[in-house]
Design a binder for this molecule. Structure first.
Ligand code: KIV
Length: 275
């Protein structure tokens, strides 16, 4: 069965049209049960390669593959009907050439059911954005703090803090916009720079650790739900403590099993009601 459905989703052109009209609310989703809960509330769900760290407890995002991302994307698409689903292109799946990028992005749309892809990179990747867009693949660019560049950045550090670095990030964002990207994620950059880029570009900026002036915001869902440990990143806010709720439910369940109050005969098959 195809992963694609006839659901009336938010479309990429609708996200573009939101610029200057209303803020875009976006979150990450990697698996069906969480995606199902988030779907109605947000405009966009990003199947982020951050699932490497959040879902697989890896130290960085570099080990995700196209097959893994396509499987996560398909799960999110099958579980949702409203949000526009965008899938991250994993490290090594698009940097070699535009043709390599097209083949892998096509898999994320065909097998993964995504409505577009996100790729990290500066001006050097703008020709790849152009190549994909001209062939029917919507691209969300990602500049500033790019987690796939952790080794060249020397860690996950905020970017654009010098005038020269800020100019470079502005040029990166402009290059992707000119190449036809439908939006650009601004991650971990100085607030005035994010504000300036948002004012300069004709396409929506989606901020994470960027600026309230961005056209939209995205966060890692587990950070807002209290599911990513004690430490909350500076740029996030915990909107719920689902971690505590889940922990308590697990304790209550375990206690019921040990005290033999669960299961009861009502949870069993082949039991007559008078028993
Ligand atoms: O992979 C991801 O979750 C992301 C967002 C943080 C923007 O790229």
């Amino acid at each position: 069965m195809s992963v694609h459905s006839q659901a009336k989703r938010v479309t990429v052109p609708q996200l573009v049209a939101a610029k200057g009209e209303r803020k875009i609310a976006a979150l990450t989703a990697y698996i069906a049960p969480i995606a199902r809960l988030l779907d109605e509330a947000v405009d966009m769900l990003l199947v982020g390669d951050s699932t490497a760290m959040v879902g697989y407890a890896m130290p960085d995002t570099l080990s995700m593959t196209v097959e893994m991302m396509a499987a996560h994307s398909a799960a999110v698409v099958r579980a949702t009907r409203h949000a526009c689903v965008i899938a991250d292109m994993p490290f090594g799946s698009y940097q070699q050439s535009p043709a390599q990028a097209f083949a892998n992005a096509a898999t994320l749309l065909s097998a993964g059911g995504a409505s577009g892809v996100k790729l990290e990179g500066g001006q050097a990747l703008a020709d790849t954005t152009l190549f994909l867009v001209e062939r029917g693949i919507p691209v969300l660019a990602h500049v500033g703090l790019m987690p796939q560049y952790v080794n060249t950045m020397g860690g996950f550090k905020a970017q654009g803090m010098t005038e020269a670095a800020a100019r470079r990030i502005m040029d990166d964002a402009r290059a992707h916009a000119q190449a036809g990207a439908f939006g650009v994620v601004l991650e971990g950059i100085s607030e005035p720079l994010a504000r300036e880029i948002t004012a300069a570009l004709p396409i929506p900026t989606i901020g994470i650790g960027a600026s309230p002036a961005c056209d939209g915001q995205i966060l890692v869902t587990e950070d807002i739900l209290g599911l990513s440990g004690e430490r909350i990143p500076k740029f996030a806010r915990r909107f719920a403590d689902a971690g505590q709720v889940i922990q308590q439910a697990a304790r209550d369940y375990a206690q019921s099993v040990r005290e033999e109050t669960f299961p009861t005969l009502t949870h069993c098959f082949g039991v007559r009601s008078e028993q």
